[in-house]
Design a protein. Sequence first.
Length: 115
Amino acid sequence: MNILVRLWRFLTGWWRRNPTLITAHRVGELPATLQPGKLYVEGEGSHIWSVALLCPCGCGHALQMNMLADTHPRWQLTIHEDATTTLYPSVWRQVGCRSHFFLRRGRVEWCAAVR
Ligand SMILES: [Zn+2]
């Protein structure tokens, strides 16, 4: 195989294998500064009351989602064996950057912008 083709496949393969997967980090309380690539899971034991992450668009805003059963809106969180996370439903910021995305297995899947 052409060395350039091999190099290209290696590089693009590396890129695909290394997206910044968002992983769960259990905290008793949200830290003042959030780190990209982390979904902060606030709660005790199996009781989770909120999750937070930095907006994946890079705008620097913290997004916080409520997980309490008797409130609305409310999200469902799945933490997979590899610590990646799935949030349901989508996260939609109504102000500022208006980011709208799904978080599935640690990957951000952007929704088409509706403006
Ligand atoms: Zn944003």
